[in-house]
Design a protein around this ligand. Sequence first.
Ligand code: PLP
Length: 348
Amino acid sequence: APPKVDIDRVLADLPQMKARLTSNENPYGPSEKAKKALIEAVNESCRYPRERVKALQEAIAKEEGVSEENILLGAGSSELLLAAALNYSRKSGSFILSADPTYASLVRAAVDVGSGWEKVPLTNDFAHDLNAMEKKVNDDISLVYIVNPNNPTATLTPTDKLRAFCETVSKRKPIFIDEAYIDYVENPKAQTMVDCVRKGQNVIIARTFSKVHGFAGLRVGYVIAQPDTIKELRKYTNGAGNISATSASAALASLQDKEFTKYCVQKNQEAKDFTYAILKKEGYTPLTSHTNFVMFPIKMDGKKFTEEMLKRGVGLRNWEFYDQHWCRVSMGTMDDMQLFANAFKQLS
Ligand code: PLP
């Protein structure tokens, strides 16, 4: 199974971080409009959140061009990744098919309840190797999991190839596409696979408010899928999802605040340009990022590197794959990125 995040270790490290660049959060969120809606909803928090959650579901369906039966809300997309992991691990001897490396939580949850994991390396340019993945689809595969753009590599799998893959492979097996970072790509509406759901394909799209909306602590996410799939996944959630009235109201306000998300994407790009420049100047070659984080190969041991950066107040994450140590730096404010740059220059 992919390694587990050590929560105690994460909590122990947090107080030392002046720049928290570990978890791909959005330092500009939530928006002022979302905060206002959140505070207003506090006054009605003695009531169950049904109508507020329903209003959010309607707004999301409209925004995505699907019907309400195609949407399932969750307390963050993690809840829905877990629901999928449980649903598609019911049959013994089944396997989840995914890339490696990719975002681990769905696969890990599935393996924890007895599923197998069929992993396929990324291509040379760190996209999903769709040809190789298609060849691995057999009767034992219960779900194909694709993260696009991918975490931790920040890379995008070409849209036309992915669309063709969905069209063919979804006739045999359900495909779960985790689009947590889709808002950061150029022209998200053209790159999302939500049209595959509209065309009736067996495709599940996951989205989160944790990234461009800056809601990581408020916990709102959703999936878009065929109504029958939504019904299956709902069994593993608390019906309408575990969203509080406050979070649902804030999410509705944020969904409508297009200026804010545009601003966040722009600030993210500024931080990325700055980070690329620092890395390149020091002789490093970052992967081209389509997200709010940057991945780059490092020359020293990854664990030692993150420890040394943490001593300098900068929290990062490290990986080791394809015989190489890697570092992932989330985009923070420009002050955060300056701290990163100063510490990095001391070590490189
Ligand atoms: N999917 C991907 C690819 C992620 O990177 C993350 C969080 O970093 C999540 C899902 C889970 O996000 P959340 O539960 O906050 O919606």
